[in-house]
Design a protein around this ligand. Structure first.
Ligand code: PLP
Length: 369
């Protein structure tokens, strides 16, 4: 039998450009400079150019990008931030680390925030909307920005899964006040360790993040504010520069993989993902839905195919957020998605043969009960 097809793997992209990555790593090792140097400055410039934002500032990881974003926007205790209920828990922690309260909104059929249900959640405590471009698809930013401007709210974009995705031709991370990116190894633009960045068109906010991430110091040993230590190191910056050079090809490849799945998977028990007219997806995940989700996981497993649930427990039902007081049934759409979603194998470097096998196996699925 052929090798197991795992849900995600990071080695294929590395191996395809091994010499380039290894040369970058050796360059950093031999440079004698490992934190806050030329590689980071160069990456920040290149990443800003890639996203179309005026500024990009590297930080330690995606969660840091989120909580630092809310911190420099002055959002904390007593404030409310609107966020979709069906997100990765880091989005919510970015809000609550600062003492602010997450106000959950149900998702739409694209797994993004249902923009028609935002306004009913706005109170006089609402300070911001956190948009999550989940699974790689851009959210309806036209509508989000319209609501934000009507109620004078800040907008933060969680772009951790959507590097390069666009709404109405404009890239994510350039719509709101701040865009937050993760370069966790499994992300489309993944580093070889932890890394993250923010993007913004506001020079003051960029400077505030730049100062905050490095102990609040503008100049060595002169500390303006009580900041934190969240720096994107030279090794990761150098490796990310290599991958960024391949990003257009990576995105195209993932779109091709998604296209093959969309064309090939035909099974009445399986609902395929859809992309909104004005959105593009960079296909961070390929998420199917089914009433028979748990049976499909087992069946795939029996056929040596991996899969992952993103995410089995919505933040409002997690133990961590028990203090918010939500119970089952609070967000029925979100909870239904949590019971039905399944991410099937999707990774840069996936072969056509591997895809054919996934398609064939899925098409052969018949529920037992
Ligand atoms: C990965 C991810 C994060 C957190 O990024 P880290 O780099 O792991 O801290 C935040 N939000 C979303 C939607 C993510 O997928």
């Amino acid at each position: 039998m052929a090798d197991k097809i795992v849900a995600n793997r990071m080695d294929r992209e590395f191996l395809a450009h091994k010499e380039e990555y290894e040369a970058a790593a050796i360059r950093v090792l031999r440079s004698g400079w490992y934190i806050m140097g030329k590689e980071l400055s160069a990456f920040e410039e290149e990443f800003a150019e890639y996203t179309g934002a005026k500024y990009s500032v590297g930080v330690g990881n995606g969660l840091d990008a989120l909580w630092i974003a809310f911190r420099v926007l002055g959002i904390g205790a007593g404030d409310e931030v609107i966020v979709q209920a069906n997100t990765y828990i880091a989005s919510v922690m970015g809000i609550t680390i600062n003492g602010a309260t997450p106000i959950f909104v149900e998702p739409d059929e694209y797994h993004c925030i249902d923009v028609n249900r935002i306004e009913e959640k706005i109170t006089d405590k609402t300070k911001a909307i956190l948009v999550v471009h989940l699974y790689g698809q851009a959210t309806d930013m036209t509508k989000v920005m319209e609501i934000a401007s009507k109620y004078n709210l800040k907008v933060v974009e969680d772009c951790a899964q959507a590097h390069g995705a666009c709404w109405d031709g404009r890239p994510v991370g350039t719509w709101g006040d701040i865009g937050c990116f993760s370069f966790y190894p499994t992300k489309n633009l993944g580093a070889y360790g932890d890394a993250g960045a923010i993007t913004t068109n506001d020079g003051k906010l960029a400077e505030d993040v730049r100062v905050f991430r490095n102990y609040g110091s503008e100049k060595k040993y002169y500390n303006k504010v009580v900041g934190t230590n969240s720096r994107l190191d030279e090794m990761q910056a150098a490796l990310l520069r290599v991958k960024l050079g391949h990003m257009d090809a990576i995105t195209k490849e993932r779109c091709d993989i998604a296209g093959r799945y969309l064309e090939g998977i035909r099974n009445d028990c399986i609902k395929l993902p859809a992309v909104a007219d004005k959105a593009t997806s960079v296909w961070h995940q390929f998420v199917i839905m089914s009433d028979y989700r748990d049976e499909i996981i087992e069946y795939l497993n029996d056929n040596d195919i991996g899969s992952i649930i993103h995410y089995p427990i919505p933040p409002h039902l997690s133990e961590a957020y028990g203090y918010l007081g939500y119970t089952k049934g609070a967000f029925p759409v979100t909870e239904k998605y949590a019971n039905q979603v399944l991410s099937i194998p999707m990774y840069t470097g996936m072969t056509a043969d591997e895809q054919d096998r996934v398609i064939e196996v899925l098409n052969g699925f018949v529920p037992k009960n």
